[in-house]
Each structure stands twice: as C-alpha cells, then as structure tokens.
Write a protein that binds this ligand. Structure first.
Ligand code: AMP
Length: 215
C-alpha cells in the first residue's frame, strides 16, 4: 500500500503518519525529517537545504525527487510506505506517479488532513520534539509530563524546530497555499483524494485516517 499524507504544516502529518506506518508495518518516509537529518550530519545536501528550510522555502524539486525515488526503493518500503511531506509541488507529484509506474506500482490513497490556519499557527508555535524518537509534544495542548523532557526518554531534552518561529511559520503557510494546496485538486481529479479533519483528539483523527486508508 502506498499512501500520501497531504496537508499544511502543523496539521499532524508526522504524528499520524508515524502511527499509521507503524501499525501497518509500512515505512514512514518523512522528507522534512530526512532533510533535518542531513542538516545535523552536515552533508552537502544538508548545507544546501538548511538555508532554504530556515527561510520557510522549498528545496528544489530535482533534489527532492531524487531523494524520494531512492528512499522508496529501500527494503523497508517494499510492503508499503506513507509519504509525509512529499509531494509538495505538481512536478513532484508527476515524478512520483512516473517512478512508481516504472516499478509497476501506484499510489493507492491520498489523504488530506485539514485544520484552520489559526489552529496551525497555535500548534506550530507550541511544538516541541524529542530528538531521539521524534515524538511531538505541544506546550499547551499536549505537554510532556515535566514539560521539558520526553516521556519515553526522560534524559532527553525536547527541542523546538528552527523553522517553527512566527515569521517562518507564516512563510511556510503561504508557500503551502501557493505550491502545495493545488495538489488537492490534482489528486481529486485522479479520484484518489480523501479529506480527514485534523482537529479533535489524536485517537479520533487517527481512526478517521485509518478508515480513509482502508476504504
Ligand atoms: P516538514 O517537516 O515536512 O514541515 O518540512 C520542513 C521543510 O523541509 C519544509 O518547510 C521545506 O523547506 C523542506 N521540505 C520538506 N519536504 C519537502 C519537499 N517535498 N519539497 C521541498 N521542500 C521540502
């Protein structure tokens, strides 16, 4: 099963995608996480991507397409994968269809998670992440037990993403609206799009997402 999670920054693609992938035994392929890892390791890709990410801009299509094309060939993705953060532009969506077709595979489901803008801004500005397990907390709505460390890794301090500052968040939402939102229509036209509300309790959102994927 090949699933794409669409939706604006902060809507919960990472949190819900991680659970969806792990419960079904699929690979979670998060392009944002791959890029942040490259930045931490100071690879040439990381150095180039870091500057763009800090400004809330997209990394060029050719780079992202190459990255995902390779990643989806890895053994853990054979049974299926959940894409979180890719595609983000129409050329990326075209390339994804094309390289899956070369392998006689296709996308099975595209689920768009939705939430109002003010909710996204509130979530992103309160977002704290565990660098070990990548679990995401929210200072207001879902804090960790002590508010500073991961519940599952009590020695590990949570950190805030550099691109979750107010100005960069605004830019990311703008970039999303211009470059990524048109993918809704793109997949609707292919008859693959399902929409799931991303607000409400995590378990309820997950239930709706899981049913959308099973449908
Ligand atoms: P995310 O963790 O998905 O919010 O991604 C963080 C940042 O990584 C984005 O704001 C972009 O700068 C970059 N990025 C992630 N995925 C892509 C993609 N598919 N195309 C271009 N840039 C991306």
């Amino acid at each position: 099963m090949q699933v794409v999670l669409l939706g604006p920054p902060g809507v919960g693609k990472g949190t819900q995608g991680r659970r969806l992938a792990s419960e079904h035994g699929w690979a979670l392929i998060s392009t944002g996480e791959m890029l942040r890892d490259a930045i931490a390791r100071r690879t040439p890709l990381g150095l180039e991507a870091g500057k763009l990410i800090d400004q809330g801009l997209l990394v060029p299509d050719a780079i992202m397409i190459g990255l995902v094309r390779e990643r989806t060939l890895e053994p853990d993705a054979r049974k299926g994968f959940v894409l979180d953060g890719f595609p983000r532009t129409v050329p990326q969506a075209d390339a994804l269809d094309a390289f899956l077709a070369e392998r006689e595979r296709q996308l099975d489901k595209v689920v768009a998670l939705t939430a109002p803008d003010d909710e996204l801004v509130r979530r992103l500005s309160g977002r704290w992440e565990c660098p070990v397990c990548r679990r995401v907390y929210n200072a207001i709505s879902a804090p960790s037990r002590d508010g500073r460390h991961c519940d599952d890794h009590p020695e590990t301090a949570l950190y805030q993403r550099a691109d979750d500052t107010a100005e960069t968040v605004r830019r990311r939402l703008e970039v999303y609206r211009k470059q990524t939102a048109p993918l809704g229509e793109y997949y609707r036209a292919q008859g693959k799009l399902q929409e799931v509300g991303g607000t409400g309790p995590l378990d309820e959102v997950y239930g709706a997402l899981n049913s959308a994927v099973a449908r």
